[in-house]
Each structure stands twice: as C-alpha cells, then as structure tokens.
Design a protein around this ligand. Sequence first.
Ligand code: ATP
Length: 610
Amino acid sequence: MIVEKLSARGPLGRWLPEAAAVVGLLIFPSVFALIGGTADMADRILIWGIFGLGFDILFGFTGLLSFGQAAFFGSGGFMTAYLLIAGVTDNAMVALLIGTAFAAILGVIIGALSLRRSGIYFAMLTLAFGEMFYFLDISPLKEYTGGENGLSGVPATHVGIGKWFVELHTPEGMYWVIAILFLIGFWLARRIVNSSFGAVLLSIRENGERARTLGHDIQKYKLAAFVIAATYAGVAGSLFGLFQGYMPPDGFYLETSGQLVVQTIMGGAGTLVGPTVGALVWIYLRTALQQLPLVGPVWKMVLGIIFVLIVTLFRRGICGGIAILWERLVGSGVAGATAPAVAVAATDKSPRTRAPLTGKVILEAKDLTKRYGGLTAVDKVSFQVVEGEIRALIGPNGAGKTTFFNMLAGAIPPTGGEMFFRGERITSAGSTAICQRGLVKSFQINQLFPSLTVWDNVRIPAIARTYGKFHPSMLRDVGNSEELNALIAQSLAAVHLSDRAHAPARELAYGEKRRLEIGLALATKPSTLLLDEPTAGMSPSERQDTIRLLKSVAAGVTIVIVEHDMDVVFGLADRITVLFNGRKIAEGPPDAIKANPEVRAAYLGNPVQK
Ligand code: ATP
C-alpha cells in the first residue's frame, strides 16, 4: 500500500502523506485548470474521493465488496439538503453532521443485516438495499426527497458560528470546504488503517476464517468497517447536495454505487488515494471525451476501453502500480518496513526444559460425536489431557482425527457429547471464544495471511491476545505498542523466523510456512496448542528441526498433536490416543501403544512402524 509504505518511516515519513495531500490540494485547482479542468469538476472529484476513502476501508482493506453505497450517499445528502431547505438549521456543517450521523445509523442497520452473508451474497444484499432506498426516495418518501426531481433550493453553504460565518456561493469557494473535509477524512482513514483495528481488517481481507480462529470477532470488525464506509458516504452525499445547491435523485442510483466501485478499482483499491485518482481520471475523461469531435458520440465505449486497459495493465490499479514501481526502485527495505528492528533480534534455538506434569486435567472431551448424514466421523470419543502433557492423536486416514480436532477448536459443532477446557464447558463456545481462553489450533493445510509480511502475520494473533476479541481503537499506530512488538518478536524467535520478519508470507519456503503456521498459534499465548500434522510435506531435515522446535515450545504449553509420522509421534508424545473408524481404540504411553495388538491390527492393517 503506497500510503502505508510512505508512512512507515520515521516522524518525517509518517506525516509525508498528509503533507503531500496538503500540497496537492493547494495546487490542484490551478494545475487542473491547465488541462481544462473546472472548479466544478475539482469539487466533484474530491467529493468522490471522500466517498472513496470510506469505501476503500471497506473494500480495499477489509475485502467486502458493496454495491449499495449509494444508499448512504443519498441518505446523507437528502437529510442534509432537507434540514437546510426546511430551515431546521441554517448552518451547513450542522446539517452535514446530522446527515452523516443518519447515514452512519443506517450503516449499522444495513451492515448488521447484510453481513449475515459473505462473498457474492453479501454483495447482492447490499445491491438490494441500495435499490430499496432508491424506491423509497422516488415513491413513499417523495414528499421529503422531491422524488424524481430531487431537492432543489439548497441554500448557499453557510459555514461558521454566530456572527462569524461565510457563505459560499461558487464552486471555487466550496472547493476549500471540501478540501478541508477531504484532508480530515484522509488523516482519519490513515490512522484507521495503521491502527491495530486496521491490521485486523487486513487479516479479514486475507483470510477471515483464520482471523476468527486466532481470536478475533470478525463480524464486529466487518460491521465497524461497514459503518465507517457509510459515514464517509454520508459526508460525501451531504457535500454533493451542498456544492450544487441541489440534491439530485441520482444520489441513490445504482450507477452511483457502480461508479464508486469502478473508480476505486481503477485508481487502486487498498491505497486510500486510489479512489480519488480513479475519480480524477473518470470525471475528467468523461467530460473531455464528450468534447472530442469523433469520440464524443461513443465516449462511453471509449471510457470503458480505458477502464479495461488500466485494470489489465495495472494489476492493483494506478496507485497500486505506482506502489509496485516504488518498491522496485527503493528495494525491499520499504516493503518490509512495517517490522520494527526488534523483529530481527537474535534467534533462540536452544531447547528449553519442560516442567514436570501437574496431573491437573486441562482439556477434556466426553463422548464427543460428529455425524455427517449416515456417517459417524467421530463416535463417542472421550479423553483427558493433563497440563503440560504432549498428547499424540493417531489413526489411519479417515479415522476422524481432524474432525475431532476441529470440534475441540470450536471450528465445527459436535453432534453430541461435551468438551471442557480448564474446567469450563466450551461445547458451543465457537473458535473465537475458545482461542481467547487459551486453546488454539494450527492447521494441517497452512492458513496464513499471504500478502502480509511474516511480522504482520504474527501481529494478528498478538493483537487478539493483547487487546481481546474486538478492539475498536482506531487512532493509535499499531507499530508503537511495545507490548505487542515484544510478543511478536518472541513468537517469531520461538519458530526461528526472526530473520524472515520482513518477507511476505507467500514468499516463504514451505518449511518456513509450516513454522509460521505454528508461530501464529503461539502468538495467541495459548496454554494448550492443537497441532494438526505440523510436519506434513516436510523434508526429513525439516522434520527434525520441527521436532526440536516443538520440544522447545512444549516447555510452557500443553500440546495435542495429530501426526502420521511415527518418528515424530514416538519422539515427542507422553501419551498416545488411537482413533480408528471414529472410535477410540487405545490410549497410553508410547511403549504400550507400540505393543497393543489392536492398534497393530487396525493401524493401516499393518504393525505400527518403528
Ligand atoms: P486424515 O488422516 O486423512 O486427515 P482423519 O483421521 O483426519 O483423516 P477426518 O478428516 O476427520 O479423518 O475424516 C473422518 C471421516 O469423516 C472421513 O470418512 C471423512 O470422509 C468424513 N468427513 C470429514 N469431514 C466431512 C464433511 N465435512 N462432510 C462429510 N464427511 C466428512
């Protein structure tokens, strides 16, 4: 993200984007005039830019594509226009604040309803809500909204208090009001995306389910992002009516929502400035193309072709493309600069000694059962794990190990039976609450946040551990928390990845990815770790490293491990539980399991190797 990249370095670098925005806003009208841009167009571009800042937090940072943003743009705009026309207030900023609050409240309601679904269903729900609002605008509420005619006669924008006010009658005058609001919006948006709240939004975009299992209440985060986008839309809609003295019905059009998506993608989603750049290109070209002699009649088609070209040439839009170019020019130091120096502290590879077992039961399953239709994947399995133990769960393919694990971690609900962790019933607690209590699972197939650096990956569980399942603090830079940084550095050192802190997760070697998978779980500071085949797909030397690593991890954590590699199982486990066809057939210390004839007969039909 270009804005983040620019801002991550030092106090000067931190304020560079804002400083650049101030300079840009100051010179924009004059520079824009050189290519034939008018004040009216400049105002529109910035209004779309404000609209886009909120939308980018929702779409670019959280990965939620909404086609219904016009509902909030229109609602904010009509409320503001109505208040001024009806004489409820003559202060444009008071009306704007009320209009924006109205849009935000609608954001809470529509967000809570549409976020019940994800992906394309979420997008379609937002589209449906957008259309409903358009219908309300032109039909039942037309007495207040002017229906198809919109609301004309919005008084000149009156800014100030008491005797000290100015009235703005021209687009040139309005530009400065809009520019100041844009600047405030930009500053706030940057604070939001650089906070721990923003970090969790990114993790939702990258892998929402993983963020959930690492202890985040992702529904609340999504709803907060939705309301932020609705709030920005409310400000933009209000300004739209104010600057033209007229609030048109197209504030509610599907085309308005569509144009926002197009501009954001064209300018670069996840960059904050992208939607403004997209608006600049779109609005300028729309006017300029219509004035060209041959192009004029087919301007829509030409604009469409330009959109296709930009999206095809720049994988991440115009600003995303510039960011990639910037990274190439200044090197990887910039790309990884989100990891403070503490990340590359010395790696501690020395195995630590395990404390003696206390005998206190920490995790218990009673008759845990999972049925899929006629198939019983796990059949009344009971087990008890004591604090500090390393317990292996083995069995041939299809024995029910992963299903049993998923139930323990709260990823799937059991059909029957009960689970207890530290004496508390967790049967229907769900993965977020279970993780918050200190029981966490690492996955058989890596579940990472691929575009984030190793440091930023581990930051996600560390935030859940440090601040709880929902932390709406949006103004504090996440990089400044020493507590968080120490936990991240400690977790990376534990999985021997300190020297890879700057690398994006997707660029790691397979063995490193497996270690990061364990590191994510460790950063939640669990008291019990469920490891699903941690050495799956590793080379023999990587396996040995991982066994050493797990021994070192086990110094302070109870471990339950599913593993097919018998060297790993017998090298690590204090006790072994054997599943076969969903049932528990044996349990005991490694030597007893090796000698157990039922296990020998059942396990792959062959004697247990070793
Ligand atoms: P492996 O060692 O191959 O990972 P496993 O011991 O972990 O196997 P599970 O993945 O838990 O076994 O599967 C147990 C049984 O439940 C299998 O027969 C599997 O096909 C079935 N099963 C697992 N998940 C589902 C599901 N979502 N729907 C239907 N059947 C399922």
